[in-house]
Write a protein that binds this ligand. Structure first.
Ligand SMILES: CC(C)(COP(=O)(O)OP(=O)(O)OC[C@H]1O[C@@H](n2cnc3c(N)ncnc32)[C@H](O)[C@@H]1OP(=O)(O)O)[C@@H](O)C(=O)NCCC(=O)NCCS
Length: 273
């Protein structure tokens, strides 16, 4: 696994008429089809993060002031399934990536070859009993209910959100996303033992996803960073992802409440004052 990188919403150039210098033509076209301000912001944040991750892997990373021209060389497009792929100067890069965002932060995972990879970022927040019953397997649910309530490390929310996140990572590897029943993948997190990885803050711990209908095993990693949990998955065992240069510090990130899902046009029409 090549690496992962996190970036925050506040550094992304504001969406508006001026946006686009750092996007490829195809990305600008997709942005143009997104009418809701929240969707536009999330799309831009995921592209901003993925482009910096790819440039970091290529050894071409600068800081947050990466020239627009360098960022625009990297195009992060989508297959018909929705799964992302990367072009560099219009040619396939030859490595898989996965993208995710939550509460004003995004993460990109860059694989080290053609194997599909999955990453998912979640805020550690309370999940209802109904959520746990509907989306987790009975084994996962009983592990969650065995935990003390709360959002702290080792608490019920952390486990519920990490299991949910690992399912999303696994379903991204399978390329189906939530078209597949989340209970088709059973997740086991390794919670005790030493943390793995030379990274700042808490390190990665192993997890395993098992797709029940096919028996396919999807190994991955999970970590707690401040208010967030991050999970990864792939089709074969892999080293914990290294933190790429120029990543933001997710452990210190302040989650941003989602912006209202109002049409971008409405926001502009209101104007100043
Ligand atoms: C994959 C999925 C679970 C992620 O949803 P989410 O938790 O709300 O969003 P995240 O921020 O974690 O991830 C979003 C990214 O997932 C990736 N993604 C979307 N569909 C994917 C798929 N089938 N396989 C792998 N990755 C996928 C994309 O890169 C997307 O970001 P992008 O559109 O900017 O490229 C959800 O999008 C899904 O179920 N998609 C499939 C069903 C669907 O409606 N697809 C639309 C087809 S165009």
């Amino acid at each position: 696994m090549s690496g992962w990188l996190a970036r925050g919403d506040e550094e992304v150039p504001a969406a508006g008429a001026e946006v686009g210098g750092w996007l490829s033509t195809a990305e600008r076209e997709r942005l143009g089809r997104l009418r809701f301000r929240k969707r536009r912001s999330e799309f831009l944040l995921r592209r901003w993060t993925a482009k910096h991750a790819v440039l970091a892997v290529l050894g071409a990373a600068g800081g947050t002031g990466e020239p627009s021209a360098a960022l625009a060389r990297v195009a992060v497009l989508n297959r018909a399934s929705g799964a992302p792929y990367v072009l560099l100067d219009g040619a396939p890069l030859g490595v898989e990536v996965s993208l995710t965002d939550r509460a004003g932060w995004a993460v990109c995972l860059v694989g080290d070859g053609p194997d599909a990879v999955g990453v998912d970022l979640e805020l550690v927040e309370p999940r209802s009993d109904a959520f746990v019953a509907d989306f987790l397997t009975t084994t996962e649910a009983s592990r969650v209910h065995a935990r003390p309530p709360g959002e702290g490390p080792g608490g019920r929310s952390e486990l519920a959100d990490a299991v949910w996140s690992a399912k999303e990572s696994a379903l991204k590897v399978l390329g189906t996303g939530l078209r597949t029943d989340t209970r088709a993948v059973e997740v086991t997190l390794e919670e005790g033992g030493p943390e793995v990885g030379p990274l700042g803050g808490p390190g990665w711990r192993p997890l395993t996803g098992r797709h029940g209908p096919t028996g396919q095993v999807l190994p991955g990693w999970w970590r707690r960073d401040g208010d967030f949990v991050v999970t990864t998955a792939s089709v074969r065992p892999h080293d914990p992802p290294a933190l790429l240069p120029t990543s933001g510090d997710l452990a210190r990130a302040v989650p941003v409440e989602p912006r209202p899902a109002e049409p971008f046009a409405d926001v502009r029409r209101r104007g100043p004052g």
